[in-house]
Design a protein around this ligand. Structure first.
Ligand code: EPU
Length: 419
């Protein structure tokens, strides 16, 4: 099993080109099932989750190939609607293939995506929304057998109990080829939803209102192939900015999605870093000790503070002057990284959904284990500003979402190796 070794304490300085978004790539790859043609996806990050999605596509008969950061998916030759449990279990977001397969073929057999490091992640909203679209869904052991009556889902008015990203994506994917109009109320407003809709529109879908709480979709008989560039990864951006803020130094982040990163940038700015933005670039300078963030950092659906950036910002604030308070409102179990940060000298008290982080002037290196994707990234952030050497194991979690993180850090002058 591979590990990262990091010797902290070096200032970081340089320019990074932001990778394409993981959380856009996965639903867009699923959406490629819907176009009876070839989809060429540029800026597709090379991540283990992306490769897991390509194994699902290959397994149902698509031809999926990669050349640099372009993925080409030809879905003309699909010959199966069953996704085996072993592939469904490789990543939690495999569940979005349910809506896509229903949209393409009117039926599918998938399975419950399995356990997750962030606590229970039910799919009740996905199932009840698709049932409203005239899809019969039977759960048989671990298998979920879905069949649209008459072979094609029907448009419906759907109100989600919570603006779930995955449930919104599943409904969109099923609705773009359904019979009639679908309205999703209380839809997720995350930028990755807009990116998915942008891709689907390029394939001929009729969708309006994405980015707002009500999305309206008029189903088409068929979609076609297209060429599309995936949006930059706002969470990878937040991660590298947090690393440089914590380790001190300067970063120019190019290919950044500035408006989409605003909810994160406005909080990071309160730590005293200097941040400016110009034509797709974010420039950060961090010189003196960070300051604690005064207002409680509440994770909320977009445009609130993103839950995916909670852990990395917490690692940076572990060395800030004063106490910062986090409130995690999206997932029940998203503080699992705090034990590792405490082992590195951080002062963090967790009480239910609140975490109080009192900054220490210095952290020290330690041997820790990545608990989940963003938690692992937080450990790297802490290790980069800690004194001495750290070893981070179970980095398979980190490779799910960051393209060659160690190379990006080395480019900035950090001492980080994969061994
Ligand atoms: N939920 C339910 N029932 C459902 C669906 C969701 O109770 O049917 C709950 C979840 O358990 C969770 C909350 O609703 O507590 C939010 O879940 P949501 O469905 O919005 O999240 P997701 O679609 O499973 C995506 C991202 C996550 C990101 C969340 C929130 C992808 C592949 N994953 O997950 O990304 O944290 O939205 O923004 O897009 C990550 O990248 O590290 C990551 C975990």
């Amino acid at each position: 099993m591979q590990k990262f070794t990091i010797t902290g304490g070096r200032r970081l300085r340089g320019e990074l080109v932001l990778q394409g978004s993981k959380n856009s790539s996965l639903p867009i790859m699923a959406a490629a099932l819907l176009c009876c043609g070839e989809a060429a996806l540029h800026s597709c990050p090379k991540l283990t989750d992306v490769y897991a999605a390509s194994r699902i596509l290959n397994c149902v008969g698509c031809k999926c190939s990669f050349s640099g950061n372009t993925a080409v998916i030809d879905s003309r030759s699909i010959d199966s609607t069953d996704i085996p449990e072993s592939l469904m279990h490789e990543m939690r977001s495999s569940i979005i293939f349910m809506g896509a397969m229903l949209g393409r073929a009117g039926s599918c057999t998938v399975s419950v995506p399995g356990g997750c490091e962030l606590g229970p992640r039910p799919i009740d909203m996905h199932l009840s929304a698709l049932r409203k679209m005239n899809v019969d869904i039977r759960e048989n052991g671990g298998a979920i057998v879905c069949r649209a009556h008459g072979g094609r889902a029907k448009g419906a008015r759907i109100t989600l109990a919570f603006p779930s990203v995955g449930a919104t994506e599943n409904v969109i994917l099923c609705a773009v080829t359904a019979d009639g109009e679908t309205v999703i109320n209380n839809a997720a407003r995350e930028p990755e939803i807009c990116d998915l809709c942008g891709f689907l529109r390029a394939c001929g879908a009729e969708i309006r209102g994405d980015g707002g709480s009500s999305i309206v979709i008029n189903g088409k008989q068929q979609l076609h192939g297209c060429e599309y560039t995936i949006m930059p990864d706002r969470i990878a951006g937040a991660t590298y900015l947090s690393m440089v803020a914590a380790a001190k130094g300067e970063l120019i982040l190019t290919n950044a999605c500035i408006p989409e990163m605003e909810p994160f940038l406005s909080v990071l700015e309160q730590t005293g870093c200097s941040i400016s933005t110009f034509s797709g670039k974010i420039y950060l300078r961090s010189g003196t000790r960070l300051k604690a963030v005064k207002d409680r950092i509440r994770t909320m659906p977009h445009p609130g503070f993103p839950t995916d950036a909670q852990a990395v910002l917490m690692a940076a604030l572990a060395t800030a002057e004063g106490t910062s308070l986090f409130e995690e409102n999206i997932f029940d179990c998203r503080y699992r990284h705090t034990d590792a940060l405490v082992k590195m000298g951080a002062d963090i008290q967790v009480m239910g959904k609140i975490a109080a982080v009192t900054g220490r002037e210095r952290l020290h290196g330690a041997n820790v284990e990545a608990t989940d994707l963003r938690g692992g990234a937080a450990m790297v952030t802490a290790a980069l500003c800690a004194e001495g050497r750290s070893e981070i194991s179970r980095i398979c979690h980190i490779d799910r979402g960051y393209e060659k993180m160690e190379e990006a850090v080395r480019l900035l002058g950090g001492d980080m190796r994969r061994v």
